[in-house]
Design a binder for this molecule. Sequence first.
Ligand code: SF4
Length: 390
Amino acid sequence: MAEHAKLSASGSARWLSCPPSVRLESEFPETTSPYAEEGTLAHSLGELQLRCENKEITDRQFKIRLKKLNAGGLIDNSMVEYVSSYTEYVMKTLKEHQKQCADAVLMIEQRLDFSKWVPEGFGTGDAVIISDGVLEIIDLKYGKGVEVSAEDNPQMRLYALGAIETFGCLYDFDQVAMTIFQPRLDNRSSQTLPVDELIDWAETYVKPKAALAFDGKGEFLAGDHCRFCKAKAVCRARADTNMALAKEEFKVPELLEPEEIAGYLAKAKDLVAWVEDLKTYAQDQSLNHGVHYPGMKLVEGRSNRCYIDDLQAVEDALVRQGYTEQEIYDKKILGITAMEKLMGKKKFTETLGDLVIKPKGKPTLVFEDDKRPALNTYAEAAEDFKEYTN
Ligand code: SF4
């Protein structure tokens, strides 16, 4: 099992904002999910591909290790393609560095120690290209739930600090490029920062927060970072923050102004997420640990009728009644996602690229930080129409 730091780089957005969360989280067991396991598998595949491309292992060793890695049969065509797009990008970037600096090297799954600023802090860089001028760190993110940006990303910055500590005396670089490669969302995000700026951030911001977090001290602060906190369902600070919103006085006059509605909707995002976490937690406690919540009970969820597992028996019964196969079977083509998984992205695009369309989505009201371009408003559209008809 992989070794984990108490103050991990991946959890840094949380413990930098809410230092005592580290103490609170230690009361909860380690958990995993199918998504986390899929991500680990994709990383192992990426590592294997890179070691082969980088001539650290032979093709034969690659095949043997791949077979072992895929013993559970979970590596499919689409995973191979997504991960290959990452390894191709890493190798292309390495070659570009080698044009500027003949000694540029690629380090794979490199331990990056940033304990100078964060007690016992270290992480693992998926791909680190060390060369003169600019050191580059490339991180594979296999998830597709949330698009991750490299801009002001504390995890990437901590990796950068670890790389500066480890390689700063061997190579003459004064900048660090940090790239997140998220193939399933077609997202590649980069930020390059001077070494001096990173060290200043580490000394003035990270070091004091990390000391508090390590000692379990500091102020609780709820926010977006609660999303991955193990205590998120039962944390009192998060509950208080959300309940404060619920208690906000609704102002007269009776009708809310647009600014107020926008303000409530922005805050309600956190409130809804918190209520969902609370429900999931309470349901698990009730079902698996016998906890009773006053005024609540466990009931059987609603379900839909379905046939018994023996579909042959169903078919036989229908045929006996004179129904034909054409009448009783509904032949359906696989959905887009399942088909792409079956064929792999490249073959899917080659074969079906011109036969797949993306219909216009239903207009949705979102916050301004959403990356999608704004639609014309009703008033603008009306104005456009007037100009067109004049
Ligand atoms: S849920 Fe949020 S506020 Fe509570 S400890 Fe975790 S990060 Fe801090």
